[in-house]
Design a binder for this molecule. Structure first.
Ligand code: ZN
Length: 130
């Protein structure tokens, strides 16, 4: 019998794929200080922080970008620089929309089917090249 994965396990699998996709897309270059690093030296950092957002925002491409360890961990996301990067890249409206989504979607839960679909999506995206 096939064992069903828990949401926790699915989230872990998806994050592995998603964060690799993000770091590859951003060419392993920190968006808030410009530093380059490979492997675990480069993180995928959230604009709307992971601790306060829903899964749909946690795994939303314009909310996550390459960040070096220093900016992501030591500077807690280096958010002043992060916000100006976001405004420059996507415009004020998109930044406002992300913030609104955070409030609007608070407490919203996603299903394991949602994770399954995302896992397939990012497996495909990575295999066809970012
Ligand atoms: Zn950095």
């Amino acid at each position: 019998m096939k064992k069903v994965k828990t949401i926790r396990q699915l989230r872990k699998i998806l994050w592995k794929l998603f964060s690799l996709y993000i770091r590859t897309r951003d060419k392993f270059t920190c968006v808030t200080c410009g530093k380059k690093a490979t492997g675990s030296g480069m993180h995928a950092g959230h604009f709307i922080t992971g601790a306060t957002c829903t899964a749909s925002l946690y795994f939303f491409e314009t909310n996550v970008h390459s960040q070096c360890f220093h900016c992501n961990i030591n500077l807690s996301g280096n958010w002043v620089m992060y916000e100006s990067f976001m405004k420059e890249r996507y415009g004020q409206k998109h930044v406002d929309d992300l913030k609104l989504r955070r409030t609007r979607e608070m407490g919203m839960k996603v299903t394991s089917e949602w994770y399954d679909a995302k896992i397939i999506e990012y497996t495909n995206k990575l295999s066809t090249g970012v």
